[in-house]
Design a binder for this molecule. Sequence first.
Ligand SMILES: O=C(CO)[C@H](O)[C@H](O)COP(=O)(O)O
Length: 262
Amino acid sequence: MTAEMSPIDKAKFVAAKRASDLVETGMRIGLGTGSTAAWLVRCLGERVRDQGLRIRAVATSTRTAALAREVGIDVIALDEAGWLDLTIDGADEFDGDLNLIKGGGGALLQEKIVATASDRMVVIADAGKEVEKLGAFPLPVEVIPFGWKATQKMIEEMLVSMDVLGRKTSLRMDQDAPFVTDEGNRILDLHLNRIGNARQLALALNQVPGVVENGLFIDICDAVVIGHGDGRVDLRDINAGTVEHDRLDLGESDNLFSDLAD
Ligand SMILES: O=C(CO)[C@H](O)[C@H](O)COP(=O)(O)O
């Protein structure tokens, strides 16, 4: 089974597996969305089943909620949880300050609410997601369907006024129809190439009428678990200023490799 996995899949898996060790019985956990987060959900499901881990989890998408239930995790609403001990989620890009671009899977709104309503947010990612400057990955912005073209025009004008280099925006599609988020909204992807001042852009975007939320996560993430295709993992904690190195034996986890989760 291991041989069928690409190095990136292995990297995502080892990051998720290592991060699953941060979860302790009794915790209220936020579960991210995407292929790396799906590995985390499977790893936690294994611990629930085999080690009697008891957690309550808030999912950031209907996809993640369905998978979590399938693997035996107790899924509750955020309002029931009130507050979370830890959220673990993937990312599309992260920089040296652990600022992120998220929303490649279209779940950025719930992901940002859940991460912000947590004592701690840990990102799990393959090493290829680390960038010097955010922006090569198109920045997702969730907008309401009403008048979305006017919202798109206002965003483009705002990008010009802010002297942002790339200004192309596109409506995310799902085959022939617009992609619809769990909240019934649309996603505009902003092709910016390189974001000069991510903090300023994140604030400015949320001032545009029709914008619900943007995929820039500034000062939200506390730590990142970076996976490599050979089983190495690095844990970088921005608050503690520490970096730990570890290595996971991929062979030990063959049973989990049998079904790519996303
Ligand atoms: O933000 C996200 C979903 O909205 C994901 O975390 C992000 O797109 C990374 O996905 P993957 O783990 O599949 O690479």
